[in-house]
Design a protein around this ligand. Structure first.
Ligand SMILES: [Fe+2]
Ligand SMILES: [Fe+2]
Length: 149
């Protein structure tokens, strides 16, 4: 991949990750269950780490973080306001799983195409595995909640 293309892609992930931070923070305030609230807060912190590592990478490559070619629209949380009660929480977690799975797919595609820069490779792998861990936790919680319904 050419540097310009890498920067464009990194900026796209930068936007995605910022959106994830806001989404999970918002959800952590909406959900009733304390443990899920704390988990969402922690996931938001991990996403903030992704925002920061991508931001640093963009700057390192001579780009400008936040120079987006796309609007917030495609990402923003269609899951807002779903959190009420167990059914609401399950719906919210399922939406999160979809979002995380999409992010994982995009990270995997980027990893395959990025090549070259081993620091970038490491960064993308790290973020990908974090998203996988989020997906696993959300999925496990969905199973648990569905068992109670
Ligand atoms: Fe992330
Ligand atoms: Fe994530």
């Amino acid at each position: 991949m050419q540097k310009a293309e890498i920067l464009k892609k990194l900026n796209w992930f930068y936007l995605l990750e910022i959106n994830q931070v806001h989404l999970y923070r918002m959800q952590s305030r909406q959900v009733d269950d304390l443990y899920i609230r704390k988990a969402l807060e922690r996931v938001a912190e991990v996403e903030q780490g992704h925002v920061e590592n991508i931001r640093a990478k963009i700057i390192e490559l001579g780009g400008t973080p936040g120079k987006f070619g796309e609007m917030m629209g495609p990402f923003s949380g269609s899951v807002a306001g779903l959190a009420t009660g167990t059914a609401g929480t399950v719906a919210l977690l399922k939406a999160n799983i979809q979002l995380e799975e999409k992010a994982m797919k995009d990270y995997k595609d980027f990893i395959v195409r990025a090549g070259g820069d081993s620091d970038l490779f490491k960064l993308l792998w790290g973020n990908l595995i974090d998203e996988d861990l989020h997906t696993a936790w959300f999925s496990n919680k969905v199973k648990e909640l569905e068992g109670k319904q």
